[in-house]
Design a binder for this molecule. Structure first.
Ligand SMILES: Nc1ncnc2c1ncn2[C@@H]1O[C@H](COP(=O)(O)OP(=O)(O)OP(=O)(O)O)[C@@H](O)[C@H]1O
Ligand SMILES: [Mg+2]
Length: 370
């Protein structure tokens, strides 16, 4: 079978594994042939997209057009703008909705592990490979593979990805037989891939294969009409979580929120509202204070408090950077760039200071089981 978007499926027999990503061991197709439109009890309604009928209307129209096809989709937009929300919606509205939706953060995979992560490995194929492991492609079989931050893949990894996309087949690391997979690929990036192509950092052939249909998610500052509803949604959620009572946003607070530039988009808004609710002990929103303290990565110790050692302050600062980049170290939006360090230097410091990278690293499995 091939990975393709203009028809035809196949289903390979692969050995069975247990767990939520298990692949059927039989040859029975797990989904109807393309194109069938929605084919499942999948619940796109459960994926809340605030602004669907306002600032994101055009995005939603494009999603409605492309979701039922098997076309690869590339989602672009600034960090926190909602690319993952849209990716999940595309999956939920596709004929693959009953299959798995697997998200891989390409920026969080160590370069030497890319092959094993994406394509899996056979037992004993390298030191430490004590068991056969399915790669993300196989885990997404019958469903959607969401390659987040796809521009972070090295050129070498891009070549291998392209080959799998072209052939519809892969070989696990250390394996000799080809495994066929049926996967729809959705990618996301906050970077300008055309200029990366022009600079030779992204393969043009891969770009064209991935960006058959691209959807741009506008930044929050360009759709402030959605801000009141988003803030109301986050306030309600934060209040329920903290005190069991939904909170509402006062008009003055809304004015404050509307005048903020929101470089971190919807994610930043969600964090500010959450912070405002915590500062107000779950009983009210302290929006002004939340915006004031917002963005300060290291708070200066106040007089009377124990003075942090330089090592402790450095560790905290590195942890803050890792938490903002969700574990990403390399690349222009990685923690190293944020801290103005070379990635090797940062890794060295993390080792020395005992920063546990795994705490910040977000994997698809974690995200799905959250
Ligand atoms: N339209 C929306 N309605 C409700 N929640 C939203 C919306 N857009 C984004 N969010 C929420 O904002 C947060 C950030 O969204 P998401 O993870 O989709 O952004 P992203 O574009 O993938 O960011 P990044 O580039 O940093 O990975 C998530 O918690 C998401 O649920
Ligand atoms: Mg994302």
């Amino acid at each position: 079978m091939r990975i393709r978007y203009n028809g035809g499926v196949h289903i390979p027999a692969v050995f069975p594994v247990s767990g939520p990503d298990s692949i059927a061991a039989d040859d029975a197709p797990r989904r109807p042939s393309y194109p069938t439109g929605r084919a499942s009890a999948a619940t796109p309604d459960e994926i809340l997209v605030v602004g669907a009928d306002r600032g994101l209307r055009s995005v939603m129209e494009q999603v409605a057009q492309v979701a039922p096809t098997d076309a690869p989709v590339m989602l672009t937009g600034e960090t926190g703008s909602g690319k993952e929300v849209v990716a999940r919606l595309i999956h939920a509205r596709s004929a693959r909705a009953r299959g798995p939706m697997v998200r891989v953060n390409c920026g969080a995979i160590a370069p030497e592990l890319v092959d094993s992560e994406l394509f899996g490995h056979e037992r004993g194929s390298f030191t430490g490979a004590s068991q056969t492991r399915l790669g993300w492609f196989e885990r997404a079989h019958g469903g959607t593979l969401f390659l987040d931050e796809v521009a972070e893949l090295s050129l070498a990894a891009q070549v291998r990805l392209l080959r799998v996309l072209q052939d519809g087949e892969l070989e696990r690391v250390g394996g000799s037989k080809s495994v066929r997979v049926d996967v729809r690929v959705v990618t996301a990036t906050h970077r300008d891939l055309r200029s990366l192509c022009a600079r030779g950092e992204m393969r043009e052939d891969l770009f064209y294969r991935l960006a058959v249909f691209s959807v741009e998610i506008p930044p929050l500052r360009e759709r402030l009409c959605d801000l009141p509803a988003l803030a109301a949604h986050f306030a309600e959620r934060a209040g329920l979580r903290l005190s069991g009572t939904p909170l509402t946003v006062a008009r003055d607070d809304l004015e404050l929120l509307l005048s903020h530039p929101w470089p971190g988009n919807v994610r930043e808004l969600s964090a500010v509202v959450e912070r405002a609710a915590i500062l107000g002990n779950g009983a009210r929103l302290e929006v002004a204070r939340a915006l004031e303290g917002h963005g300060a990565s290291v708070t200066a110790p106040r007089t009377g408090e124990a003075f942090a050692t330089l090592a402790a302050a450095t560790r905290r600062h590195i942890e803050e950077a890792l938490s903002r980049t969700r574990g990403r170290i390399e690349g222009p939006n990685g923690a190293a760039a944020l801290l103005g360090l070379n990635p090797h230097t940062l890794r060295g410091k993390m080792r020395k200071l005992g920063v546990e990278w795994s705490r910040f690293r977000e994997t698809a499995l974690e995200r799905r089981s959250a």
